[in-house]
Design a protein. Structure first.
Length: 114
């Protein structure tokens, strides 16, 4: 079955960096576009970044443009989210999603302290 397992979250200071990973299994990874979403306490889940199946095109939320980079390694069945210049408002649970079929990972907590 489809499984998405996020890792790499944690506590970081304002201006710091983290790299999230999402390991996929149970499907042919290279056939699907993938996304990262986040949900802060009391807020709706929002799209952070998307990447097409071969990585040729990416899309970002305005709030993270220029700071976050989504990438993928189809040989490793993994999608990444490099997060730089982190701000307290980036604090959230970050989720990996396979766009087709709406499959979600369990999420990984990112906390940015001021």
């Amino acid at each position: 079955q489809v499984q998405l397992v996020e890792s790499g979250g944690g506590l970081v200071h304002f201006g710091g960096s983290l790299r999230l990973s999402c390991a996929a299994s149970g499907f042919t990874f290279s056939r699907y576009a993938m996304s990262w979403y986040r949900q802060a306490p009391g807020k709706e889940r929002e799209m952070v970044a998307e990447i097409t199946r071969l990585g040729g095109s990416t899309t970002y939320a305005d709030s993270v443009k220029g700071r976050f980079t989504i990438s993928r390694d189809n040989a490793k069945n993994t999608v990444y989210l490099q997060m730089n210049s982190l701000k307290p408002e980036d604090t959230a649970v970050y989720y990996c999603k396979r766009n087709a079929g709406g499959y979600w990972g369990q999420g990984t907590q990112v906390t940015v302290s001021s």
